[in-house]
Design a protein around this ligand. Structure first.
Ligand SMILES: Nc1nc2c(ncn2[C@@H]2O[C@H](COP(=O)(O)OP(=O)(O)OP(=O)(O)O)[C@@H](O)[C@H]2O)c(=O)[nH]1
Ligand SMILES: [Mg+2]
Length: 390
């Protein structure tokens, strides 16, 4: 049976759930789909369809990012549910790099925890401009004053990272009770969705720019070929278009185009899509590669940047970094090692902001203004913005 084509009736945005492990992101994601399925604008995706890898089920945590799709009255959303566990921050960054807005899930019982703060910092760095807060597990405490304190704490954290914490919507919800169908908490999830609809603006989409898509994932469809997925950063692409895969150093032709299993004629900036690429071996393409209009971007290795070195209190290093330091750089969906040159200053202490020159281990598409995070040994050690590419 032919699949039903995607019909673009509402503006499309990419959002997602982030926050500390076990604060209820996946439960809330399932609850959102349930509430909207009951309204008739979505399909219910149960918890175990979101955390569906055997290891996720066994350990009771999210490891991989998962995508679900739904509509509110005014918008079509792709929603990425991200892992909160400290070991999978890498996957969280890949998810966050595709978002137009994020739902920060904070357990009202626990308040801010290390990955709450780390995710806010990383979201800021990879270009998420709007956050809505879900104070989750609000069913679990009879103490409203305690929740008030958590709310103040979260607003403060957001302000520290440039999100204007005073004006960010903070909605008290219970994903679990909403999932169980409790009317009070179903209403709380509806209130959260209304906040997302009204607070997260439709971003400017650069439709006229040359096509560019950072690769999030690579799959094989037996008998058809290699598929890459991700959110289109700019431009448009149609079946039959020639594209270049930067990182794999090959050219190909788009022979299929889908969003959430629905075929489309043309994908445009913001769309979360799967591209079928002709003649591309599965092993040639990886997360972090970039699919682009041929010749439209020249990948580079060297750039200068302003970098903030996280303090120990923020989970960063306790000792200074000096020239020759080689952390991993998280740029769009890529993570690539890079060598830091601090010039005459020579060292940077935790808590300082410095100008650095970087030489990456491989070429990636770079441009001034691009944000990135630096990580080492499983923790985030710095956050920066590209100032010039050389
Ligand atoms: N009381 C209460 N418990 C909740 C609520 N939401 C989630 N939980 C419970 O909290 C635990 C963790 O929920 P998850 O949804 O897996 O949390 P998560 O944030 O997705 O966890 P990671 O993805 O591993 O970071 C589960 O036992 C849930 O049943 C809620 O609103 N109220
Ligand atoms: Mg989860």
């Amino acid at each position: 049976m032919p699949k039903t084509a995607y019909v673009r009736t509402k503006p499309h945005l990419n959002i997602g759930t982030m926050g500390h492990v076990d604060h209820g992101k996946t439960t809330l994601t399932a609850a959102i789909t349930k509430v909207l399925a009951e309204r008739g604008t979505g399909t219910f995706v149960p918890f175990d369809r979101i955390d569906r890898a055997p290891e996720e089920a066994a350990r009771g945590i999210t490891i991989n990012i998962a995508h679900v799709e739904y509509e509110t009255d005014t918008r079509h959303y792709a929603h990425i549910d991200m892992p909160g566990h400290a070991d999978y921050v890498k996957n969280m960054v890949t998810g966050a790099a595709q978002l137009d807005g994020a739902i920060l899930v904070v357990s009202a019982l626990d308040g801010i925890m290390p990955q709450t703060a780390e995710h806010v910092l990383l979201a800021r760095q990879v270009g998420v401009d709007h956050i809505v807060v879900a104070l989750n597990k609000a069913d679990g405490t009879g103490d409203e004053e305690l929740i008030d304190l958590v709310e103040l704490e979260v607003r403060d954290l957001l302000t520290q990272h440039g999100y204007g914490g005073d004006s960010v919507p903070v909605v008290r919800v219970s994903g679990l009770r909403a999932l169980e169908g409790d009317p009070r908490w179903t209403a709380s999830v509806e209130a959260l969705l209304d906040a997302v609809d009204t607070y997260v603006p439709m971003p400017e989409r650069y439709l006229d720019a040359p096509f560019l898509l950072p690769v999030e994932n690579v799959l094989t469809i037996t008998g058809r070929g290699t598929v890459v997925t991700g959110a289109v950063e700019r431009g448009t692409v149609r079946i039959g278009d020639r594209v270049e895969v930067l990182g794999a150093d090959l050219e190909s032709v788009v022979t299929g185009l889908e969003t959430f299993g629905k075929p489309m004629e043309e994908a445009q900036a913001g769309d979360n899509v799967a591209l079928l690429l002709r003649g591309v071996p599965r092993d040639a393409v990886r997360r972090g590669h970039v699919v682009a209009a041929p010749g439209s971007v020249v990948p580079r290795r060297r750039f200068s940047a302003r970098v903030y070195v996280l303090s120990a209190r923020e989970g960063g290093r306790t000792t200074p970094v000096s020239s020759g330091y080689r952390p991993q750089f998280y740029i769009r969906t890529a993570d690539v090692v890079g060598d830091i040159d601090l010039g005459e200053v020579g060292v940077a202490r935790p808590g300082e902001t410095v100008t650095v020159n970087v030489e990456l281990g491989r070429e990636v598409p770079l441009e001034a203004g691009l944000g990135f995070a630096m990580r080492e040994g499983g923790r985030t050690v710095g956050a920066g913005t590209v100032t010039a590419v050389s």
